[in-house]
Design a binder for this molecule. Structure first.
Ligand code: UDP
Length: 466
């Protein structure tokens, strides 16, 4: 007998047919299963497979936990020494799942391990009561495939974030870069169809989901990522004094022109365009060499792994090896100091779904010269908090650098505007907006299952107590 049939209402209602129960209002999720198959939130970002997505997951999960949404993040174990679970912050647990060999497995090989990963997720879930997770939030298409199955099995919604899209990347490849394979495009298309909600970083990404993947408009929500405004901020004494102090700490000359690159070193991010631009600038203005330092912070990643020393060799070939300072990835506290010390952050990327470093640098009071691609026009206010450049011609980046070389006060002026602009990108706002998306997805699913009379394919999901 259905729940409606069991309801004992007043006689008049019985005569008129089964009484209607009030429709349930939207419910907040208590616990979310977050999936990050190919990279761990515990990894150092800025090299290999760890970058903005790792930071996104950590920051979002921490903020969700502070508003009473517990998060369990499932990621592939990459060492035998890892414990099965680690508390990342109160209310945020990282679960290590055994799937394939711990080391030496490239991201490209992971599709073959998705079944093993899903098995691990199911095992972790099997020890809980039904309803343990209210929702699955998957990141990147590989996780989307695991989420597709897990969400269906648990009878909960799947919320997915693409982070990057093969079709978008392939449309804007750096010269000679390897395109993303057709199998990824297919996998992404399936996840787009399976997800109850897709979270896009910007309107542009939302539009790309519709255009390239035929996503359903009603299922796409835009949530701007945030920035940790406590960690990334100008120091209290102001942008100019903060820059001087950071330069002193890092051993950089006070009067230097410091265009900074920070992030994963791969053709997609175009650090070579910055080097070509610097070489051109020094050709035109040789006297600048005395006061020019170009820090490049990060490690090889993606197709950049094929030539890990490629950028160093290019700097030597261009005759600017003496001004470029290569540094391995650093923790975010230290990165904040590099941002503060820089005259300007340079991001000549070919594609960027958002570009967290752009907003982090601005939050520290540093303007940004960025390619006009992906989320960068949202992250950077052209002419106010930085300069947007159309295309990837080093001549244009050299011209933008000229502005900062000619007028050192420009960096401070734009830096102050940049810090104000960045303040609207807090993670708290992003977390609240994400919970709204979760609630919409949960509510829609409940309404659908009420409409179907509880005959959802998930109704028979098994779960037992430990
Ligand atoms: N990052 C870091 N240390 C480094 C270089 C980068 O922690 O030495 C972090 C940086 O703070 C940012 C992330 O790596 O949050 C890069 O994110 P972004 O969105 O710019 O690029 P993605 O890696 O997603 O392509």
């Amino acid at each position: 007998m259905s729940r409606l049939g069991r309801h004992r209402g007043p006689a008049s209602e019985t005569v008129a047919g089964p009484p209607r129960l009030p429709l349930p209002g939207p419910r907040r999720p208590r616990r979310v299963a977050m999936l990050s198959v190919h990279t761990s939130p515990l990894h150092q970002p800025g090299t290999g497979d760890a970058g903005g997505m790792n930071v996104y997951i950590v920051e979002l999960a921490k903020r969700l936990a502070t508003i009473d949404v517990e998060v369990e993040i499932f990621t592939r174990a990459t060492s035998a020494a890892l414990p099965p679970a680690v508390e990342l912050a109160p209310g945020v647990l990282v679960r290590h799942v055994d799937a394939g060999p711990y080391e030496g497995l490239a991201k490209e090989d992971l599709p073959a391990q998705l079944c093993a990963f899903t098995h691990g997720v199911m095992q972790a879930w099997a020890g809980h009561l039904a309803g343990h997770y209210d929702l699955v939030h998957s990141h990147y298409w590989l996780s989307g495939h695991v989420g597709w199955l897990a969400a269906e099995r648990w009878g909960v919604p799947l919320v997915h974030a693409m982070h990057t899209m093969a079709k978008v990347k392939n449309h804007a490849l750096a010269g000679g870069d390897t395109p993303e394979p057709a199998s990824r495009v297919l996998g992404e298309t399936q996840v787009v169809r399976a997800a109850d909600r897709l979270i896009a970083n910007t309107e542009k990404e939302a539009e790309e989901l519709l255009r390239h993947y035929d996503a359903d408009t009603g299922r796409v929500a835009v949530v701007h990522p945030g920035v940790d405004l406590e960690r990334f901020r100008p120091v209290a004494c102001g942008v100019e004094a903060g820059r001087a102090a950071a330069r002193a700490r890092l051993g950089l000359p006070q009067d230097a022109l410091v265009p900074l690159f920070a992030g994963r070193i791969q053709p997609l991010k175009a650090p070579d365009v910055l080097l070509f631009a610097v070489a051109r600038l020094l050709e035109e203005r040789p006297q600048l060499r005395e006061r020019m330092v170009v820090p490049v912070i990060g490690g090889p990643s993606g197709s950049g792994l094929a030539k890990p020393e490629g950028l160093q060799k290019l700097a030597a070939r261009l005759g600017i090896g003496d001004v470029v300072l290569f540094r391995p990835p650093v923790g975010q506290e230290q990165l904040a100091d590099w941002y503060r010390a820089a005259s300007v952050l340079v991001m000549p990327s070919y594609s960027e779904s958002f570009g967290l470093v752009a907003i982090e640098a601005q939050a520290c009071g540093t303007p940004v010269i960025a390619a006009e691609v992906g989320g960068l026009p949202v992250a950077v206010r052209d002419g106010t908090s930085g300069v947007l450049v159309a295309g990837h011609d080093p001549v244009d980046y050299a011209r933008a650098l000229h502005g900062f070389a000619d007028d050192p006060a420009l960096s401070v002026r734009m830096g102050e505007a940049a810090a104000r602009h960045a303040r609207s990108f807090g993670w708290d706002t992003a977390a609240t907006a994400t919970v709204d998306v979760y609630m919409q997805a949960m509510q829609e699913r409940r309404m659908r299952s009420l409409h179907d009379g509880g005959s959802s394919p998930h109704a028979g999901a098994l779960a037992f107590e430990p």
